[in-house]
Design a protein around this ligand. Structure first.
Ligand code: ADP
Ligand code: ASP
Ligand code: MG
Length: 406
């Protein structure tokens, strides 16, 4: 018996039948004598649909209002699950982010959790009620509704689990754990039984969206045990824990991909001190996160500068750079949204050479052109044409000996 936090993602609650399935899982956990706090996403596709509607009204809708709109997706599912549990004669109560005292900063669309008042939820569960919290949302100190960035209900769950000192935070999704590559594109991917926070942080930051990166950071900081598993079967999933020495034996432990990338190139930039600052300051002032940057030196004191940004920030970044180009005297600004980043990751890479050349050779054999490269001691990433993403993931997975046995 304990206190269990369960988070269900969009596919797991995509319709009333699946909500009923979730309610049965929650009820079973409750019947075993546990206290249960459930965190929900919106139904699959709902957040996208809401964003789509908002952008039909304005290309860049007001960020505060957009969060008010997006939060409704989770409001709907939280109420529906509480109702379903009530109809099954289980005492359940839904709470919106602000009612669950999820206090965030005021970065609309990508707010950070500052504090969670655990007392209110504790009072409810002490009376043997099931609490259903709308994930992905909080409120800033002025009472404005905020959202936590795409995939943010994972972070709601881990943060609430940490505030409540829950015994475990279970993340229920549409795959039965964390795999050596996205199992939806690499059928030879292997399920990982346990993974360290650091390794998962690495994978999430390189595109493995099975957990939102901030949720892993939170889990690591507060040592919250996380179990990623499927809501469609009873299989044991993947435990995310503080240490797992097993994985260090592998040089490359996973292959990840990230299609949420776009590339911007400034051509013939004057090669002078201060130019990079002029290029990147307005980008960071617009809260756009730049990932990779490369600079190619040309002759005649000019360089080409290329960098990547999330696809959603592409048109904004392009517009900013067109203005910068005029100001600094760059010849042209080019953009490309049909790119993706594939990465091989593994802490075991630290002490091995040859990983990069193996990666480059493997991609070359398939005629996949590498546009950009970045490395750290625990990963190598290549930017390629988006249409080769699946192929690249599969051939790298095989080349690094990660394929499961048939
Ligand atoms: P949810 O709606 O439940 O939050 P998400 O779509 O956010 O689900 O995350 C689950 C998805 O993550 C899977 O369907 C899978 O395609 C993707 N994914 C990417 N990389 C991995 C990986 N290494 N292991 C498992 N799933 C992965
Ligand atoms: N509904 C939100 C999204 O689609 C949050 C989440 O699913 O975690 O991004
Ligand atoms: Mg998710």
């Amino acid at each position: 018996m304990g206190l269990i936090v369960q988070k269900y993602g969009g596919t797991s609650i995509a319709n009333l039948e699946r909500i009923r399935n979730v309610a049965e899982r929650v009820a079973k956990t409750f019947d075993q004598g546990n206290d249960v706090v459930v965190i929900l996403s919106a139904m699959a596709g709902v957040t996208d649909g809401l964003i789509d509607m908002a952008t039909q009204i304005a290309e860049s809708p007001d960020k505060r209002e957009l969060d008010v709109l997006l939060a409704t997706g989770e409001q709907t599912t939280a109420a529906l699950l509480a109702m379903t549990l009530n109809a099954m004669n289980y005492p359940a109560l839904s709470l919106l982010g602000h009612q669950a005292e999820v206090v965030t900063d005021d970065t609309f669309g990508n707010a950070r959790i500052l504090d969670i008042g655990a007392r209110h939820i504790m009072d409810i569960i002490e009376n043997r009620n099931i609490v259903v919290v709308a994930g992905f949302q909080g409120c800033d100190p002025n009472g404005n509704i905020t959202t936590l960035g795409r995939g943010g209900s994972d972070t709601s769950a881990v943060a609430i689990a940490s505030a409540l000192k829950a015994d475990i935070c279970e993340i229920y999704t549409d795959v039965d754990g964390i795999y050596t590559a996205d199992p939806n594109i690499c059928e030879k991917a292997r399920k990982i039984n346990t993974i360290s926070y650091d390794e998962m942080l690495n994978m999430a930051s390189l595109g493995a969206k099975v957990l939102q990166i901030r949720s892993v950071g939170f889990a690591k900081k507060y040592n919250v045990p996380v179990h990623v598993r499927s809501s469609f079967n009873e299989e044991e999933g993947t435990m995310v824990v503080s240490e797992d020495s097993g994985m260090e034996r592998l040089i490359v432990s996973a292959v990840t991909h990230d299609k949420d990338q776009a590339r911007i190139t400034l051509k013939k930039v004057p090669d002078q001190p201060g130019v990079a600052a002029k290029i990147f300051t307005p980008i960071s002032e617009s809260s756009i996160i730049v990932d990779m940057i490369i600079q190619n030196t040309r002759e005649e004191g000019q360089t080409d500068l290329t960098f990547t940004v999330p696809k959603a920030a592409f048109s904004n970044a392009l517009e900013i750079e067109r203005n910068v180009a005029k100001e600094i005297g760059a010849e042209d600004v080019l953009g490309d949204i049909n790119i993706a980043k594939v990465s091989v990751v593994g802490v075991g890479m630290k002490n091995h050479s040859g990983v990069a050349s193996k990666m480059f050779n493997t991609l070359a054999k398939e005629n996949i052109n590498i546009m950009m490269i970045s490395t750290s001691e625990i990963r190598i990433s290549c930017v390629i044409e988006e249409k080769y993403t699946e192929l690249a993931v599969r051939v790298l997975h095989t080349a690094f000996g990660l394929d499961k046995e048939d």
